[in-house]
Design a protein. Structure first.
Lengths: 311, 659
């Protein structure tokens, strides 16, 4: 029988590297932007304008208009393919009236704007702050509920608490990797944290238990059946018995997510990509981190018990 | 193995067919759309509702502009919301949303709006309450008008609200002094005193290019007459003049000849009276059924065939023998049944004249500018009340300045209508029945407790009770949304086809059955979105596609278990049952944890202007619940049915089971 659990230290090392890379990406982001993740206007307040011109225009021309309106700190970036002539401008919070005069000035000085493709979003800093607080609460509450849910599901298994803790470890792993990925994309592609990112993170939390629960269920089922086998072997057997299912499910979810990333609209790409990274990490961490951790814990506990007997 | 009941299979097939029917992008018959009784009666349809991010528009988050920590009165906030709602409704958009959000916020969604600046101004701006003179033509509730105070702050949008005039009087609304005084200064109250009260026909006032409609009100109903000012200008002018003076009020139909004519308009009620003059003949129009014409004296005494000053008749049938002899000046366009029911002595309660676009007239109405008598600034106090007859009324008291204007106006405009207009939208159009000198009055109408309270609130708080501030707003271009929909549908179809293929190739026959279940899953979801209706946003669609991709998870769990049991040497039947039974706890736990996350996401989404998150949570949750039905119940039914009818044959072809 192929032994997955035996090689657990390799996975631990691999995950440690992954986590270090993720933290590295966040540190790089702090150095570059002063934040571990680039926080979008949903959380900080501010304005974002997405514009599409009818002809090729220069960034300098756009910048001149924003400078005229006292918005020297505006971040102006091209958006989509160059032939789209689409631009995204992020500024501090501005009013509808001011935006109107800016648009008029752009029309006059830069070029004709496609009104249908115009997107303008303004959030007050106070609202952003509230949203950020609500987001923190949502992440905390969902993690807590999921752990309690695990603990409740396995309440009849000896040491149900350990199952819960190992699940949290896996969940933390997934979150750090997802955050790291987003930090990296923030540096490379300018992705910013918005309400959708949070949705992706909460979904990753929710699905963090999907694979773990299947393996744990199987362990629970296999313990009485294979009483003669050591715990480690029972766990390994359980993983092998369920790995087909984990991979098949994961594959299907990946198919649709990759389809959305490749063919879907630009607005939800970061959202789905984060979810994809989180879910891949989830399947990996369930099999290679959470379950092996349980073995380590059970073994350590068994050794302590043994030691007590000999004394 | 448990036997699968045939009815289960039949039920699943019927359900799938119904869902397919709902999903089809066709014109559904009315009786079908009427079945969705939980949707508001006037908005029942089986269409997909797209969120702002997909159809484009403006989302505005308004907050009470008060210092932090200060308490906000919930009822004032509700009043503010109502006022904003009525302003938004005056923009004439389809399906705008105005919702309270928490204690101090209002969220406004304006689909298809193009000019956010003006929209924001409209929402935020101070409400303007006006008392407007509309003459004899009452306006329907919710009509948007232009007054001397200015036009509606209408903003350019798909459905532009142009000022229009309407012909139907506001139902039952009347204005009256607290203690009604003797009425009618224009014509004597006693009809017989009106006989010969004038000495010559009125000066020409009507505009022959305009359409005039007269509504003759009787106890038996209304008779609506289209007047032909082009064919008989002087006759119509005279008729309009007399009607507006109230000359016809309380006169009778003194002659009824069944199958021929009904005749009325004589102040003496004998057939011998008139206003004191005759009108020159304008003979030309034919006597078809429902023609209205002026009576006259016989040819001997009246060789010029001049019309009577006020007596008119309406034909009950075509009477060509009268053609060329009498002046026909109009035609009944509604209420012919009333005409036919008139008996001798029936009273003409009143005749009102409507100018401009009548119900039958399609000529583009010119924007009418109505005169504002005074504004809401003149109102001192207002309160709802109930009369002895248990009718709801709104009592109001004006300040001294407005009292004077009001008294003057009511004295000189008896019988006319005074519209109460909020933000250029007509609230009600009571009739001035008498002079109101004291500055106190009440508005009555067919109010319900709700509508009387609403009117009181609108009168009392023409201006917002709480200042509002735009806290955040989001404008989404329409083409961006359309592009997103197109791309999402394509992505969804591609993703789904890959999943279907994967299941088929990897799990063979059971995979094919799971594919059928997945297709039913998609049909059921879409049907529910339409029936709900559930507004689809871009994240919502993503949630749906994602849930479809993961919907097969339950099947995979079951089939993997089945294969395992088969490898352990179980027979097909018991392997199938074991597969479903053993996989169930994992399926249940997984679905439950997803639902928990959906609940958290939903609450997170309702907390602030991030409805975008809510859409995802809703579609994912619906998908998860439907999934339990299709992936477990439906698939099990299919598998059992196939195993029961072809079990032996299958047992020898393990490759078909993917083993």
């Amino acid at each position: 029988m192929f032994n997955i659990v035996e090689k657990r230290n390799w996975y631990f090392i691999f995950s440690a590297i992954l986590i270090l890379l993720s933290i590295g990406a966040m540190v790089a982001s702090v150095i570059k932007f002063g934040q571990p993740l680039r926080i979008g206007i949903d959380f900080t307040g501010g304005s974002i304008l997405v514009l599409k011109f009818d002809q090729t225009v220069s960034e300098d021309a756009i910048r001149a208009v924003f400078n005229d309106h006292g918005l020297e700190s505006a971040i102006i970036q091209p958006r989509g393919a160059p032939e789209d002539n689409a631009w995204q401008v992020r500024t501090q919070e501005i009013t509808a009236t001011k935006m109107g005069s800016i648009l008029d000035a752009l029309e006059a000085q830069v070029g004709t704007i496609d009104e249908d493709a115009l997107n303008f979003d303004t959030v007050e800093p106070a609202v952003g702050g509230e949203v950020a607080r609500a987001a923190g609460i949502a992440i905390l509450v969902s993690s807590l509920i999921i752990v309690m849910f695990m603990w409740f599901s396995f309440r009849r298994v000896p040491n149900a608490f350990r199952y819960g803790v190992c699940t949290i470890a896996g969940m933390a792993h997934n979150l750090i990797v997802s955050f790291g990925f987003y930090a990296l994309m923030g540096i490379i592609a300018g992705w910013e944290v918005d309400a959708l990112f949070l949705t992706a993170i909460l979904t990753v939390i929710g699905f963090s238990v999907q694979d773990v629960i299947v393996v744990f269920d199987r362990i629970r089922e296999n313990i009485p059946r294979h009483k003669a086998e050591p715990f480690e072997k029972v766990v390994n057997r359980s993983i092998l018995e369920t790995i087909h299912r984990s991979l098949a499910t994961q594959l299907n979810a990946m198919f649709v997510m990759i389809a959305i990333i490749l063919f879907g609209g630009a607005t939800i790409k970061p959202f789905i990509a984060t979810m994809l990274v989180g879910m891949v990490s989830e399947t990996y961490s369930a099999i290679f981190i959470a379950v092996p951790l349980l073995v380590v814990w059970e073994k350590a506990a068994a050794r302590r018990k043994l030691a007590q007997v000999t004394v | 193995m448990k036997k699968s009941e045939p009815w289960q299979l039949v039920a699943i097939i019927i359900l799938a067919l119904v869902a397919l029917f709902v999903d089809l992008n066709i014109e559904h018959p009315d009786w079908v759309t009427n079945l969705v009784f939980w949707q508001p009666a006037d908005q029942r349809d089986l269409a997909l509702h797209l969120g702002l991010d997909l159809q484009g528009g403006l989302q505005v988050l308004l907050a009470a502009d008060v210092p932090a920590g200060e308490d906000i009165d919930a009822s004032s906030m509700e009043t503010a919301r109502r006022i904003v709602e009525s302003r938004v409704n005056s923009l004439g958009l389809t399906e705008p949303i105005v919702q309270a959000q928490g204690e101090r916020r209002i969220i406004v969604e304006l689909p298809g709006i193009e000019n956010p600046e003006q929209a924001v101004e409209t929402i935020k701006g101070t409400a303007l309450l006006e008392f407007v003179d509309v003459g004899y033509n009452p306006l329907q509730r919710d009509t948007v008008i232009t007054t001397t105070m200015g036009g509606p702050r209408v903003i350019s949008s798909g459905a532009e609200a142009t000022p229009t005039t309407a012909i139907s009087p506001t139902e039952g609304a009347e204005i009256a002094a607290p203690e009604p005084t003797e009425e009618s200064p224009l014509v004597p109250a006693n009809p017989t005193d009106r006989s010969d009260m004038y000495s010559e026909p009125p000066a020409m006032q009507v505009d022959t290019s305009k359409a005039y409609t007269a509504t003759i009100t009787t106890a038996k109903g209304n008779i609506v007459v289209q007047l032909d000012a082009e064919a008989a200008p002087q006759t119509v002018n005279n008729f309009v003049f007399l009607a507006e003076q109230g000359f016809y009020d309380n006169l009778t139909f003194h002659r009824v000849e069944p199958g021929f004519v009904i005749q009325g308009g004589d102040p003496l009620g004998t057939g011998g009276g008139g206003p004191g003059y005759t009108v020159p003949a304008e003979i030309g129009l034919p006597h078809i059924e429902g023609a209205i014409a002026m009576a006259r004296l016989g040819d001997e005494a009246n060789p010029d065939r001049a019309s009577s000053g006020s007596q008119f008749y309406i034909t009950l049938a075509p009477t060509p023998q009268l053609d060329g002899a009498y002046t026909v000046f109009g035609q009944v366009i509604a209420g012919m049944d009333v005409v036919k029911s008139i008996a001798v002595g029936d009273e003409i309660e009143s005749i009102t004249i409507t100018t401009g676009g009548g119900s039958e007239i399609t000529a583009t109405p010119e924007p009418v500018i109505y005169e504002t008598i005074f504004t809401g600034a003149g109102i001192e106090a207002v309160a709802p009340n109930v009369t002895q007859n248990n009718e709801y009324i709104v009592e109001f008291k004006l300040n001294p300045e407005a009292t004077e204007i009001f008294a003057e106006y009511t004295a000189s405009h008896i019988g006319q209508f005074l519209c109460i207009v909020l933000d250029n939208t007509v609230i009600s159009c009571p009739r001035v029945n008498s002079e109101i000198p004291g500055g106190e009055g009440y508005i009555e109408g067919n109010f319900t407790p709700d509508s009387v309270n609403q009117l009181t609130l609108q009168l009392r708080y023409g201006a917002l009770p709480i200042p509002l501030r735009v806290e955040s707003f989001n404008r989404i271009g329409a083409s961006l949304g359309a592009e997103s929909v197109e791309k999402s549908v394509r992505a969804g179809v591609i993703g789904l086809v890959i999943v279907l293929l994967f299941m088929l190739i990897y799990y063979r026959l059971p995979g094919a059955l799971a594919d059928v279940a997945l297709i039913i899953y998609v049909l059921l979801n879409l049907a529910l979105y339409k029936l709900g209706p559930i507004t689809l946003t871009l994240p919502g669609i993503a949630g749906f596609i994602l849930s479809a991709g993961m919907a097969v998870d339950a099947n995979i769990l079951i089939f993997e278990r089945m294969k395992e049991e088969l490898r352990h040497g179980r027979n097909l039947a018991s392997a199938i049952e074991a597969g479903f039974t053993r996989a169930w706890p994992s399926i249940r736990d997984g679905q439950l944890s997803t639902l928990i996350i959906c609940v958290i996401l939903f609450f997170f989404g309702t907390n602030f202007g991030a409805s975008i998150v809510k859409g995802f949570a809703i579609t994912l949750a619906i998908g998860t619940i439907i999934n339990i039905f299709t992936a477990v119940f439906a698939t099990r039914t299919f598998v059992r049915q196939v195993a029961a009818s072809a079990g032996d044959w299958l047992a020898e072809r393990n490759w078909l089971l993917g083993v």
